[in-house]
Design a protein around this ligand. Structure first.
Ligand code: ATR
Length: 269
C-alpha cells in the first residue's frame, strides 16, 4: 500500500518538495505519495489531525507553521528543540514526533556538496528570524564561530544569549561589521524576497570564503554582491532544500536518497 506524506504551508503553491520527494521515491523504489497542502493560517492543527485520521505517515511543515508544529509534538528530537521549530512530523500510533532537518540540510550542503569544512571557521549569519534561528545551532555544533548580524540588533542578541559562555557566538549590528572578515557569510534574512541587500560593508570575505544565500531560484542581490566582493564560492539555498528533504525522507523511510543527481536535475530545469 502507498504510504501518504505531504507538505503543509501557507503559501505552498511554489513548493518544490513534492517534486523532490517523488524523485527520491523513484530513485529508491519507495512506494509513497507526497502532495502539497495549503492550510489556512489558523487551521494548521486541524489539517494535521485530518491527515492523521486519513492514515498519512507524516508530513513536512513550512512557513509559517514550523513553531506551531513543534508545539504539537509529544516527542521532540534534540535538533527540533534547539530550533524550537519542526519541519518534519512523523505520525506514530497516537503520537506526533517532531524533528527538524533544516539545519542538517544546510550543514550537509556546505560540508559535503560544497566541500567547505565548518570547524574553526568564522561565520557571519545575517538575520535573526526563524530562518536564522533554525540554522544557528547546527552551525555552532559543526564548530563554527558565529557573528549574528541583524538590523534589529536586540533579536540577534536574544539568539546569541542561548550560547552564553560558549565564547563563540556574538550579536552585532551591520555597522559593527566594518573591518571584520569572515570565511563564511550566510544570508538568512528575507531581504532577497524583496530584491534587497542587507547593509554590508566592503571587504567582508576572507580568501577562500563561501557566500551562501538560503534563498533559491535566482541570483539574489547578496549573491551578486558576494561575487563582486571576491567571495571564492557563491551558493544559493537549493542544495539545502534538497538535503533537508533527503534527511526527512531518510527519517521516514530508513533509506537515504542520493541527492547529487537530483540536485543536478533541479539545477537544469
Ligand atoms: P524568516 O522566518 O524568514 O526568518 P522573519 O522572522 O520575518 O522571517 O525574519 C526576517 C529576517 O530578515 C529578520 O532578521 C529581518 O531583520 P529585522 O529583524 O531587523 O527586521 C531580516 N530582513 C528582512 N529584510 C531585510 C533587509 N532588507 N535587510 C536586512 N535584513 C532584513
Amino acid at each position: 500500500m502507498t504510504d501518504k506524506y505531504a507538505v503543509i504551508g501557507n503559501p505552498i503553491a511554489h513548493s518544490k518538495s513534492p517534486l523532490i520527494h517523488r524523485m527520491f521515491a523513484e530513485q529508491t523504489g519507495q512506494d509513497i505519495s507526497y502532495e502539497k497542502i495549503e492550510a489556512p493560517l489558523d487551521g494548521f492543527a486541524t489539517m494535521v489531525e485530518r491527515l492523521r485520521s486519513e492514515g498519512y505517515k507524516g508530513c513536512n511543515v513550512t512557513v509559517p507553521f514550523k513553531f506551531e508544529a513543534f508545539k504539537m509534538c509529544v516527542m521532540q528530537t534534540g535538533r527540533a528543540r534547539e530550533a524550537r521549530a519542526a519541519n518534519t512530523l512523523l505520525f506514530r500510533d497516537s503520537e506526533i514526533w517532531g524533528d527538524n532537518t533544516d539545519g542538517a540540510g544546510l550543514i550537509t550542503d556546505i560540508e559535503q556538496n560544497l566541500g567547505f569544512k565548518l570547524m574553526f571557521k568564522d561565520a557571519l549569519l545575517m538575520g535573526a528570524g526563524g530562518a536564522a534561528h533554525g540554522v544557528v545551532w547546527p552551525l555552532f555544533n559543526a564548530g563554527a564561530g558565529i557573528v549574528i548580524a541583524n538590523r534589529t540588533v536586540e533579536k540577534a542578541q536574544h539568539i546569541a544569549a542561548e550560547f552564553e559562555g560558549a565564547g563563540t557566538v556574538f550579536a552585532r549590528s551591520y555597522e559593527e561589521l566594518a573591518g571584520k572578515r569572515f570565511d563564511l557569510v550566510i544570508n538568512a534574512t528575507s531581504s532577497s524576497l524583496a530584491d534587497a541587500l542587507p547593509p554590508l560593508p566592503d571587504g567582508l570575505f576572507k580568501p577562500g570564503a563561501l557566500a551562501y544565500d538560503m534563498m533559491y531560484g535566482r541570483e539574489t542581490p547578496f549573491m551578486k554582491f558576494a561575487r563582486e566582493q571576491g567571495a571564492a564560492l557563491v551558493a544559493d539555498g537549493l542544495g539545502m532544500l534538497v538535503e533537508q528533504a533527503a534527511e526527512s525522507f531518510y527519517k521516514w523511510r530508513d533509506v537515504r536518497p542520493d541527492t547529487r543527481p537530483i540536485l543536478e536535475k533541479l539545477r537544469q530545469s
